[in-house]
Ligand binder design. Sequence first.
Ligand code: SF4
Length: 245
Amino acid sequence: MNDKLKKQIIEALKDQKEIFGDDLFEENILNRRTKIVAEKKEKYSVEPELFAEEKEEWEKAGSLEKLESLIKDCTACKLCEGRNKFVFGSGNPNADVMCVGEGPGAEEDKQGLPFVGRAGQLLTDILKAIKFERDEVYIANIVKCRPPGNRTPLPDEMDTCLPYLRKQYELIQPKLILCLGLTAAKGLLKSRESLTSMRGKIYEFEDAKVMVTYHPAALLRNPNWKRPCWEDLKKFKQLYDDLVK
Ligand code: SF4
């Protein structure tokens, strides 16, 4: 097989994954944190959340800075092994809008910031197109450490890391969340739907409304998706105007 054909196949597989996800990894795997919660439940016969003193330090953080300082050396899943930099998230701590991607890529891992490089620039442009400055919103990922070779984070890795995003959400209290790509949407909403079926719908995460669109990296691979992405963003902006303005 020649290099050109190999490249075409890889790009086609990436596109398939963007739309349909990876159902092979869909089954819920009991992760370390789920086990801890189950153990606490069994021990106290109540939800562990009721035991404030049983909470980990980071769960009690009162600010994003404090939270980051408490979790930046996390080793709760195996993604810590290949991490160069922990990518916590960045942006306005009082944002009405939170953008959620799947995980850091090579450039993010190098800089310790989410959505830098070409996909990051495209996200900035996308936000501008709907009249948001990048520093007006908050940007984070489902997993905070780069998966090896930019592979999709596994469900147990996403489940293990999700409580950190949930805590960021709790501290920021955004009114809207924009999920960038199917993996982010699955990680956050625990949905089994395809991206095609999720686009244009309004979901809920805690008290926030959630909409789903393409990941900017997917738009770079397939510019034909820019038009449908623009349709999603117009709906998202309309929802923002209805809820916030
Ligand atoms: S991806 Fe999340 S849970 Fe896994 S090691 Fe990194 S911070 Fe911890």
